[in-house]
Structure formats: C-alpha cells, structure tokens
Design a protein around this ligand. Structure first.
Ligand code: 2P0
Length: 326
C-alpha cells in the first residue's frame, strides 16, 4: 500500500533538552509545544518486495540516512514484515530558513509508514512511534497545544493534546537569521548539556514550568505563557553555556532580536521570545499585535526574514483529493 501523510512542525514552549534513555528517546522531563500551520512535511511511503534496502528521497534528492533506516526497522518490527520501502519526503519550509525540523519529518513518516505497513495505530501509539524517530516528533502528531508526558519507558512516554483546535488567536513570528555558524545537532547538543552542573535544577524546575504552562493555556493567560516560555528557553541555553565543553546557538543577531522583543514589551506590546537548537528567534504573540511587532522588528530585520505562523493541525493522511478521513 502507498500512503502519504502530512505533519507540521512544533515549537516547544516548555523545552525538552536531555534524555534518560537515548535508545528509546525517553526525555528527562515533559515538554509542551504549539504545532504551527506554516511549516510542514509531506511524506509518501510504499513498501516494495523487490527492494533490497529502503530508498529515501528528500526534496527531490536521493539520501542515505541511518537514523531513518533505524526508524523503519521499528515500523517493520511493529508490523511484523521484512519488506523495504520507497520513502519520498518534501519539506514545506522556506529554503535556507533553518527551520526544517525533525518534528514534522518523523511525525509524517510515522503515520505514512505505519499506514502503508497496514497498521492502524491510535494517536497515542503513533506518538510513541514518532518518538523513536525524534523526540520533538512525539508532539507533532497533534495540532495546537500539546504535552509530551516524559514517562519512564516506551509505553508511558507519549504526547497528549492540551487543546487541539485552539480558538486562542496566538501566533509565532520566526525571525530567520543567517547561520554561518557550524550547527551542533539537537541530539549532540542535549547530550552535552546534561554535563552542566545546573542540569539537576533544569529537571527540577521543568515540573513547575509545565504546571504554569498548562494553567496559562487553560486560563488564556498570555503573560504567564510568554514568561514561562522565555524562561524555559533561556534555561535551556544556559545549560549549553555551562556544559563541558560549553557551546551556544546564539549569533549576535539572536541577541539583537531578543532585545527588540524586550523593547516591544517596554513599549506596552506583549510579546516573548523563544529559541531552539539554532540561531533563529521565534516571537510569541497574540494576533492583534502582529502588525506592530513586524513594524518594530523591520527596523533591524528584512521583511523577508519575518515569517508569521499560527496554530497548526495534527498529522493527517492525505490523498490527491485532500485530507483522508481517519
Ligand atoms: C524541543 N528541541 O523541545 C527541543 C528544544 C530543540 C530545542 O526537541 O535527539 O530533534 O531526535 O530527540 O527532537 C529538537 O531535538 O532531538 C528538540 P532527538 P530533536 O523542541
């Protein structure tokens, strides 16, 4: 069977940064994210008995990817098959934006591959499967606000929707900065971060952050949401600065972007920033303030560097005619 799935990227408001099991990808702490509409991956999977290995095409180019083969072995084990597959993936993320994410990639692959293998997994089991490809993909199975429950093992570590179809007019403005810096992968970065003397404090405070974030979402408390998100991001980056060896994802422009957000707040416009495993800064705001924020950021960044995204949907099977009912 040939199946195509679409999944959107998500940005964590309370970050995942470190594992207690690197094989199964069990995180040290839970995390909460917002799935975005603007950036997504479409992936088609077809199992073919004539293949002697998985074949992978990403954005029109043949690729070798051990992580992906490892993931497909999980799918084969689950479906009790030995057949290899054609995998064709397209990232709908502005090229060179540095926003391509393994979250949409592995969420789309989990759905397309499991469906093509004849499995009909529940959303919970899909999130467990996506997790084995990449931690952040666990959350992209759902739309809107999502929590990844850390759990202790394969069965207990999965995502739950907090508000799948949120009516909250919230937005994220990605500030795309040029990266000349050599990228440290999330996987390597978070492993090194666990050497920070502050790592125990990170894990300890994550629970309070999760509690506050759930409350902020439930009560539509934007100030609380933004304050906790900004603090979680800064704590994550502080781990990187204090690990052995220390490293950082900041570029000078990242700091400028954060200062601009702080300026906007002193001007009375509520907005907060977050940053992931790269130099780009994402501004969290409410719909009504987007224009004013773009206006202020445009004083230092080009309009083409500012990409606006809104809450997006969970992973879906798609056909040529559109979304397949599930
Ligand atoms: C997150 N990030 O919560 C955190 C914050 C980036 C910074 O999850 O090793 O690609 O495949 O589980 O999920 C990005 O790391 O890493 C990430 P693996 P992943 O979104």
């Amino acid at each position: 069977m040939k199946k195509t799935a679409r999944a959107h990227t998500n940005i964590a408001l309370v970050k995942y940064w470190g594992k207690k099991d690197t094989d199964l990808i069990i995180p040290m702490n839970g995390s909460i994210s917002l799935t975005l509409d603007h950036f997504y991956t479409d992936t088609t999977v077809e199992f073919d008995p004539s293949l002697t290995a998985d074949s992978f095409i990403l954005d029109g180019q043949a690729k070798q990817d051990q992580k992906l083969v490892h993931f497909m072995n999980h799918v084969r084990k689950l479906a009790n098959i030995k057949t290899f597959a054609h995998i064709n993936s397209t990232n709908h993320v502005p090229t060179a934006a540095g926003l391509a994410s393994s979250s949409s990639a592995y969420a789309a692959l989990a759905l397309a591959a499991s469906s093509a293998a004849g499995l009909n997994l529940t959303a919970k089991d899909l999130s467990r499967l996506a997790r084995k490809g990449s931690g952040s993909a666990t959350r992209s199975i759902y739309g809107g606000f999502v929590e990844w429950i850390a759990g202790e093992d394969d069965l207990t570590s999965y995502a739950v929707p907090l508000e799948e179809h949120t009516s909250w007019k919230i937005a994220m403005i990605a500030i795309v900065l040029n990266s000349a810096q050599k990228k440290i992968s999330s996987r390597a970065g978070m492993q090194t971060a666990q050497t920070s003397p502050y790592y125990p404090a990170w894990v300890k405070t994550a629970n309070d952050d999760l509690k506050s974030m759930r409350q902020a979402i439930e009560t539509r408390d934007f100030e609380l949401l933004g304050t906790v998100a900004e603090s979680s991001a800064l704590k994550m980056h502080a781990l990187n600065l204090s690990s052995k060896p220390h490293f950082s994802y900041f570029m000078p422009e990242s700091i400028i972007a954060m200062q601009k957000v702080e300026e906007l707040r002193t001007m009375g416009i509520p907005c907060y920033y977050t940053m992931d495993a790269g130099p780009n800064v994402k501004v969290i705001c409410e719909e009504e303030n987007i224009a004013a924020i773009i206006d202020h950021l445009s004083k230092v960044f080009g309009k083409d560097q500012l990409l606006v995204a809104h809450p997006g949907e969970g992973a879906k099977l798609i056909t040529n005619e559109g979304i397949e009912a599930k």
